[in-house]
Ligand binder design. Sequence first.
Ligand code: NCD
Length: 323
Amino acid sequence: MGNNAAEKINLSFKGKDILSLDQFSIKDINLVLKITEKMKDITRDTKPSKILEGTIIALIFYEPSSRTFGSFSVSVKKLGGQTLEILDPQHFSSVSKGETLEDTIRVFEAYCDAIILRHPQKGAMEAAAKAAFFIPVINAGDGIGEHPSQTLLDIATINEKHGHLDGLTGVIAGDLLNGRTVHSLIKGLSLFKNNTLYLLSPKELNLSREEFSNFSQRDIKLIEIQNEKDIPQNADFWYWTRIQKERFHDIQKYEQVKNKFIVTKELVTKFAGKNTIIMHPLPRVGEIKPEVDMDPRAVYLKSQIRNGMYVRMALLALVLGKI
Ligand code: NCD
């Protein structure tokens, strides 16, 4: 909001923009997790919730989305609020006539109580949050930047299965260079003690050296690997990701790296333990074989999806100061 964009949360979510995991402390994450549990109960209640009654939340998505859009939209409604949904503003709003992001934000802040924004450019969130004088902006994915609400749901899923967020060993695989969910997740897990992440990617899709050195200064052990044989036995979680085709200028380069690391039953049998959970932010486009879906350790089409809704309900209630 205005000049306070990307302020630290410090247990006070009300009115704050949610742009990056850098705004969060362990206490902030724990508060989201606590409210997330409440939200699970609310969705089971037969009486509709009125927590967001009288509020209208704008969802402005410049990039395609299924889960983030769907779960944010449903979250608002489950809490008794309403949404104003602008999908593809490049075609269906005055952006098509040349209106700037800043002007678009100022217009919708006149109508709404918060803006949930997805945008192809890293940095667009800061600009949008500064443009909004009166209402918070929530980052629903900014290009190759970050995706904080995804990390909150990923962390909720890990915590639900393991009961703790420290002392974990995880494997994060796929497009680490362009994957915004990965960037936020590493930041999130580095808040907790003694976590080790094996980063498995083709060399071309390693974390950028700038990000690697930034993340390495945090309290987390990062081990870059380029070969499946280096996957540790019995990790606590695997977090597979899609190669981000839309970020490649040269489609041939995409073709060369797209099928490098695939989760198969065989890979799971070889390296996963009985408590290893298999995660993916989705969409998957071949990097986890459907044969793995029924494995009880595979959570990507199960709890990880549902947690997206509960966590976003919690985040909205907190940011709007209703809980
Ligand atoms: C991700 C995204 O958009 O960053 N999807 C999502 O929100 N669950 C991951 C992806 O597109 O690969």
